[in-house]
Design a protein around this ligand. Structure first.
Ligand code: FCB
Length: 447
């Protein structure tokens, strides 16, 4: 056993998102979002579940912040629901919606917890989707206006903010495979949406900096360390292309003003509808990079795949969580080191990391989620190693603070440190929450 220790001031957090926990889907003049529309369409989500009530966090925010304090969190990552603030995605702000986030931020600051809001965790106002959603370039401008309004309204109490949550996931699943809202399918939809999101990322960055220069900005990127399925040259090249596509596609336009070379036949610039001057508009000199990482991805050459010539494949070796994701602790360390090497050692926050297991209370009311503890131990030990090797990681956020609505899987996948009974909405700290509390008190653990 060795001591895994963290630098003093390291931030220990947990993450959630608006649609997954808030409920109150049409209260206080909130507008409809694409996730409201998607989940209310039969056949889109397992058991046709939806986030109408979710964890009812909208009404239980004080109790929930008290639980965060009990665990000892020093950072809380949550998202702001755009249609709560602007019911149709533009125009006048909805005071009641803003008040909710006002109360949340005040309550967090009073509990000595750093608020880390995300401007967009997938709940686009449906009214904007009706104009083409992220495929419509005008939506980038709407998003920048919304970002500026948030900075003006809440920015006096924010030191930090993430612009997007997982641009790759919400464009690939929402516009390519169609398994997430708005449920569109096709490479053209994806290509257009992806480029608008990159424009929006740059526009929102500048709009927020203009309104409140002090707020540190980043995006929480979905990342998965890509490893070749075999040692052949073709699998190695495939893994590299796959990395550029899933990990770097939304990051490099911001940092470097260009898209990475991921596709076999070059960038589909026509399908993306890239115009002169666009790449400059995509630039955003982030103050930090957010990494959301759950697992590694093994990649094999796939000659039939027309765009990438690569696909996930190969034999997984680690145990699988309820999502079917392989537990592979070194993936987080390796990903952090790759970002550190490739982009000149940026400041990094782990903005999500966690696992789904269907654990529930025993007859004494205790939730013994040893597998979750084991998962976090392994990945967090990797973060400590990365810091020793020079990575500038300053925060770790467990996904998630509490069990919640896991998108197309509904309520079946429990990621929380806190167990939620979805009938009674009762919250209960799992063993993992108690273990995390101890880790936070000691700023480390035995491994
Ligand atoms: C990420 C999402 C988050 C949650 C986890 C399990 O892709 O950002 O909302 O669903 O996966």
């Amino acid at each position: 056993m060795a001591q895994v220790a963290f630098p003093s001031g390291f931030l220990w957090g947990a993450a959630t998102s608006s649609y997954q926990i808030e409920g109150a889907w049409k209260e206080d003049q909130k507008g409809e979002s694409i996730w409201d529309r998607f989940t209310h369409t039969p056949g889109k989500v397992d058991r046709d579940e939806n986030g109408d009530v979710a964890c009812d966090h909208y009404h239980q925010l004080f109790e929930d912040v008290a639980l965060m304090k009990e665990i000892g969190l020093t950072s809380y990552r949550f998202s702001i629901s755009w249609p709560r603030i602007q019911p149709t995605g533009k125009g006048k702000l909805n005071r009641a919606g803003l008040d909710f986030y006002d109360r949340l931020i005040d309550e967090l600051l009073m509990a000595d917890i750093r608020p880390l809001p995300t401007l967009y965790h997938w709940d686009l106002p449906q009214a904007l989707e009706d104009t083409g959603g992220w495929e419509n370039r005008d939506v980038a401008g709407c998003f920048a206006d919304y970002a500026a309004e948030i900075a003006k309204a809440l920015g006096d109490r924010l030191s930090v903010c993430t612009i997007f949550n997982e641009p790759w996931i919400f464009t690939a699943l929402g516009y390519l495979s169609g398994t997430h809202a708005p449920g569109k399918q096709g490479f053209g939809h994806f290509a257009r949406a992806a480029h608008t999101v990159c424009l929006a990322q740059g526009d929102a960055f500048r709009a927020m900096k203009a309104a409140k220069p002090r707020i540190e900005l980043g995006t929480a990127f979905s990342m998965s360390h890509c490893e070749p399925a075999s040692d052949t040259g073709s699998d190695r090249e495939a893994a590299e292309r796959y990395h550029r596509f899933i990990n770097a596609f939304f990051l490099e336009p911001a940092l470097l003003g260009r898209y990475p070379d991921a596709f076999l036949s070059g960038l589909p610039a026509q399908e993306m509808e890239i115009k002169p001057g666009d790449l400059l508009r995509c630039r955003a000199d982030f103050d930090f990079i957010g990494i959301n990482l759950y697992t590694r991805t093994l990649v094999a050459a796939a000659p039939d795949n027309p765009h990438l010539g690569a696909e996930p494949g190969g034999r997984r070796e680690g145990p699988l969580t309820d999502m079917g994701w392989e537990v592979w602790p070194s993936a987080l360390h390796d990903m952090i080191m790759r970002i550190t090497r490739d982009y000149n050692a940026p400041v990094i926050e782990v903005t999500e990391n966690g696992c789904a297991y269907a654990d529930g209370p025993d007859k004494f009311g205790r939730v013994k989620d040893d597998q979750r503890i084991e998962y976090h131990r392994g990945y967090i030990a990797g973060v400590a190693r990365a810091i020793e090797q020079g990575a500038r990681v300053r925060a770790y956020h467990a996904w998630s603070l509490m069990d919640n609505f896991e998108w197309a899987h509904g309520y079946s996948k429990r990621f929380g440190l806190i167990h939620v009974d979805f009938e009674t909405l009762e919250r209960r700290l799992k063993d993992s929450a108690r273990w995390y509390a101890q880790l936070i008190r000691r700023n480390g653990f035995e491994y």
